[in-house]
Design a protein around this ligand. Structure first.
Ligand code: IMP
Length: 199
């Protein structure tokens, strides 16, 4: 079993989530900051799988340490999955408070609030010639009113995403609660299962 991995992301919230999950099986997660690398490639894919693969491949070209990368986003049923793979680029340059408020405005007269987060995790281990992608979802609903209280936890769209399983928003959930059901938690769990199966 590997003992360390580089997580090809500059999102420290994601690093923190994944660190907690992988330390449990003795795998140390290094961020791009830790190893002084950065992603040069653009997310030119239109699917989560394509974009997580682009990021993992980019970093794996620069190191012999095994790499994971993820691509994730919020998919809203009433908008046919939008913003999806464009979640980070939606209202680019504006804060997540603005982005949350805009989504709530866009859904103002819409009763169908169903949504899910999706996460693709790509694992590349050059030495073992492994290149695998794991994809998972978490079902939820978009809340109706902006939630100030929920801004304290999580990141991104967490405060407006009500988890069916947790019966609260990800913004109000603890990191442990979120990791137990989240799209990223589940994709990483698939990856862990793969590692435990002997890679
Ligand atoms: P990525 O870094 O290209 O994967 O961008 C994903 C974007 O989707 C993030 O910047 C967030 O806007 C959103 N997103 C993905 N996962 C989560 C999550 O767990 N909570 C809240 N927002 C998320």
């Amino acid at each position: 079993m590997i003992d360390k991995i580089i997580f090809a992301t500059s999102n420290e919230h994601k690093v923190q989530e994944v660190k907690e999950m992988l330390i449990a099986i003795g795998v140390k997660v290094l961020s791009l900051n830790d190893v002084g690398l950065h992603i040069d490639s653009k997310e030119t894919g239109i699917t989560f799988e394509e974009n997580s693969h682009i990021k993992a491949l980019d970093i794996s070209k620069k190191t012999d340490v095994p790499v994971i990368a993820d691509d994730s986003g919020l998919c809203i049923d009433a908008f046919h999955g939008f913003p999806g793979a464009f979640s980070a680029r939606f209202l680019e340059g504006q804060s997540y408070i603005e982005k949350q408020k805009e989504i709530l405005n866009m859904l103002e007269d819409i009763d169908v609030r169903d949504a899910h987060f999706t996460c693709a995790v790509t694992y590349i281990n050059k030495a073992k010639k492994i290149d695998r992608t794991f994809v998972s979802n978490v079902p939820g609903k978009i809340i109706r009113e902006f939630d100030e209280e929920g801004q304290k936890g999580g990141f991104g769209y967490d405060p407006i995403f009500y988890s069916i399983e947790l019966k609260k928003t990800f913004g109000r959930a603890s990191e442990e609660e979120k990791n137990a059901v989240s799209h990223r938690g589940r994709a990483i769990a698939e990856f862990v299962k793969f590692l435990k199966g002997g890679e």
